[in-house]
Design a protein around this ligand. Structure first.
Ligand SMILES: NC(=O)c1ccc[n+]([C@@H]2O[C@H](COP(=O)([O-])OP(=O)(O)OC[C@H]3O[C@@H](n4cnc5c(N)ncnc54)[C@H](OP(=O)(O)O)[C@@H]3O)[C@@H](O)[C@H]2O)c1
Length: 256
């Protein structure tokens, strides 16, 4: 196998949840660029369509699939469709995530907590069980759970998000252990701050933005084009002996 073949995703089917925008879109584009046939999932068809069009215009292969990761029915329907259409999948990127609530716990409602856990943690469980289950049947595959530095360190006013991402980190390790014997690798990527819709309010805040920047050894937020390389690596044979790992793409935040 040549050196570049270790990063070749030709003939692989990759599913990216939350692939319509931000980090998910950057990952979907990069996987397609490396040859994967990509299925982008999310709730809003308009953004998914935009991702599919960009990939196709660049000569890649992509399809959209409307799917809410909090819905058993949607994910089960997606599973059946993927089985019919492709006979299974090779890569699953659990990227769909939200962080709608910044505040200390006394200002956090049970509703906020449940919503954040439902998408960021239970959504990952559901997609691994139903879509990752297709890999289990096949005896091969790579699951990439999108985590955050919030899963490694305590970020102020983000306890529910941190609990969800911390849960994703531990879930990743346990699942990696359970499925290692079945040929399915399970890893996480813990991003630092990346400029997307999710973080726009915080990063542009006149006090919080500079405080966060001062905390990052590299002295800047990640650019979108810098987030996808880790996903390509974990999806491809280049990482064939890597499982149960959390790859930190954080400009050095958690190294200090
Ligand atoms: N940006 C950062 O600095 C940063 C740092 C660390 C980790 N992360 C993680 O990276 C991931 C992507 O974040 P981002 O910054 O790219 O956020 P974003 O721009 O807000 O995109 C989030 C994506 O998730 C989808 N989504 C939300 N709820 C969903 C649901 N119930 N079912 C299916 N899809 C859903 C959204 O699509 P629809 O609304 O159309 O469904 C959207 O495509 C998240 O897991 C986030 O926690 C981000």
């Amino acid at each position: 196998m040549s050196r570049t073949a270790r990063f070749d995703l030709g003939g692989r089917v990759a599913v990216v949840t939350g692939g319509g925008q931000g980090i998910g879109r950057a990952i979907a584009e990069a996987l397609a660029e490396h040859g994967a046939s990509v299925v982008v999932c999310g709730r809003s068809c308009a953004t998914l369509e935009a991702t599919v069009n960009v990939i196709r215009e660049a000569g890649g292969t992509a399809q959209l699939l409307q799917m809410d990761v909090t819905s058993d029915e949607d994910v089960a329907r997606a599973r059946d469709w993927l089985l019919r259409e492709f006979g299974g999948i090779d890569v699953l990127v659990n990227n769909a995530g939200i962080n709608p609530h910044y505040g200390t716990i006394e200002k956090t409602s049970l509703e906020d907590w449940n919503q954040i856990l439902a998408v960021n943690l239970t959504g990952v469980f559901r997609c691994c069980k139903l879509l990752g289950g297709l890999m289990l049947e096949k005896g091969a595959g790579s699951i990439i759970n999108i985590s955050s530095i919030a899963g490694h360190v305590g970020l102020k006013r983000q306890a529910p998000y941190g609990a969800a991402k911390g849960g994703v980190e531990q879930f990743t390790k346990s699942l990696a252990h359970d499925w290692a014997q079945h040929g399915v690798r399970v890893n996480a990527i813990a991003y630092g701050y990346v400029a997307t819709d999710l973080t726009a309010g915080v990063l542009s805040h006149e006090h919080i933005g500079p405080r966060l920047l001062a905390r990052i050894p590299m002295g800047r937020f990640a650019r979108l084009e810098e987030v996808a390389g880790a996903a390509v690596f974990l999806a491809a044979d280049a990482s064939s002996y890597v499982t149960g790992h959390s790859l930190r793409v954080d400009g050095g935040w958690t190294a200090t």
